[in-house]
Design a protein around this ligand. Structure first.
Ligand SMILES: [Zn+2]
Length: 458
């Protein structure tokens, strides 16, 4: 048997959702022991030290000990956009896409795809995320692009569900090439312990009917990751082109099921939400990105009350999941003008991320600190100065933990971050490389025309 390690001296929270009454949720002087990739035991530190007297010890220094965080919607390819000036201010969401994202993605090559992914994975680790759902686009380099993203995830040591963002905006042949890349990657990664595939779709308004039909020929059980109702543009342009709303199109194509992730879900109607709930699909809330793009905010409580499962993502804005949780909480209060809003449905977001992620991996205990679970564990450098108990975990996560740097991050028992220092990736070296490659990337972006039509040509 391989050697065991105890991580202790912290306030341990076993799960992001309230467990059954018989199970402990908060352990004030808690510890977790693991061996290889699996957790052996969770409990009081004194008990674990007795049970595993020869174990190594890792010190949480009085901070939080939590399950590794899960991010349901990210775009690693956005890493080198920070600071880029698209030329003129965007007047609406269509111009944000057209001037920035639909030129950046076309300018990416193999080198910048890999580097962007490595930069984002390093950020995920820095902010305690050990499982991430990425949505990748690089129309000039489609075939094999997911292998490059997977290489970064592999090097970093986290888990990922990766997909290529299929769209007709660069022509139908590019859409078919995107589908083929998703299917190839799904086949290749089938059964992989940490890195899986899904079928990625951009958004209804840039997808032809024949593309949706082709995407629906995916292998049984393959998930679908798509933007829906991010801005009113999606519904308006989709209805104009196809006479149906975005969610209804997905449903008719057979793509709406319990492994379907709908990023944003803001500009949808009651019938759409009831379709989503009926099929057990998930909406992924991205509050920071929504604020940045000025597209409105998702009323999580309202949507959850209609039976939809709502999870949380960062949409390429950052990799900090707990900060996104805080942003979601503040957006809810600001949007509803209600100082009591936010607990309840928002307290379910991180637990919903766990439930959704489990559908993509053969890991019924993923996202939980429990014997037999994958050893995905993070510690936060927060002092927890006030009592942490079952009734106030969410409040602590929002007001305290969301601001705390991550001290240690482990995935499948492997230390990725030890006392704030990366063990698998070197962010300083990645930043040097990024500064070397970015000027040429930005030059390529500026050389590309804007004015991409939503449904392209052949
Ligand atoms: Zn997105």
């Amino acid at each position: 048997m391989s050697e065991s390690t105890i991580l202790g001296n912290g306030t341990l929270v076993t799960s992001y959702s309230r467990p059954s009454a018989a199970q402990a949720w908060v352990i004030p002087s808690g510890a977790v022991a693991w061996s290889g990739e699996r957790i052996l035991a969770v409990g009081e530190e004194t008990e674990l030290r007795c049970a595993y007297p020869k174990a190594n010890f890792l010190d949480a220094q009085g901070g939080w000990i939590l399950p590794g965080l899960i991010n349901l919607h990210h775009h690693f390819y956005s890493s080198l956009a920070c600071g880029f000036d698209p030329g003129m201010p965007a007047r609406d969401f269509a111009e944000v896409l057209d001037r920035l994202w639909w030129r950046l993605d076309r300018a990416l090559d193999a080198e910048t795809i890999l580097l962007s992914a490595e930069l984002s994975v390093a950020e995920c680790i820095r902010w305690g995320c050990t499982t991430v759902f990425d949505h990748h686009a690089s129309p000039a380099h489609i075939a094999g692009s997911l292998d490059l993203v997977a290489q970064a995830v592999e090097r970093g040591g986290i888990s990922g569900v990766l997909c290529y963002e299929v769209s007709d905006r660069n022509g139908h042949r590019a859409a078919l090439a995107g589908i083929e890349e998703n299917l190839r990657f799904l086949r290749k990664q089938s059964g992989h312990a940490r890195i899986r595939g899904a079928v990625g779709l951009h958004a209804s308004f840039t997808l032809r009917d024949e593309t949706l039909e082709e995407a629906a020929r995916r292998p049984a059980g393959a998930g679908c990751h798509v933007h829906a109702g991010e801005d009113k543009l999606d519904g308006e342009a989709t209805r104009q082109a196809f006479g149906l709303g975005p969610v209804e199109r997905l449903e008719r194509a057979g793509l709406l099921d319990e492994r379907c992730l709908l990023a944003h879900g803001i500009h949808l109607d009651a019938e759409d939400y009831s379709r989503i709930a009926r099929h057990g699909a998930a909406i992924v809330h991205n509050p920071e990105s929504n604020a940045n793009n000025g597209v409105g905010w998702l009323d999580v409580a309202k949507v959850a009350a209609q039976g939809c499962r709502v999870g949380l993502g960062t949409d390429g804005m950052s990799s900090a999941v707990l900060r996104a949780l805080r942003a979601a909480f503040l957006a809810q209060r600001a949007g509803r003008k209600d100082p009591s809003a936010g607990f309840g449905a928002l307290a379910e977001l991180l637990g919903n991320n766990v439930a959704v992620a489990r559908r993509f991996f053969d890991e019924p205990l993923l996202g939980e600190l429990a014997p037999g679970a994958p050893a995905d564990i993070v510690t936060l450098d927060a002092r927890c100065p006030t009592p942490v108990e079952a009734g106030n975990v969410f409040s602590h996560l929002v007001y305290d933990a969301s601001e705390a740097p991550v001290r240690h991050a482990l995935a499948r028992g492997r230390l990725l971050l030890r006392d704030f220092v990366h063990e698998t990736l070197d962010p300083a070296a990645l930043a040097v490389r990024a500064r070397e490659l970015t000027p040429a990337l930005w030059q390529r972006i500026r050389a590309l025309e804007s004015g991409t039509s939503f449904l392209g040509g052949d």
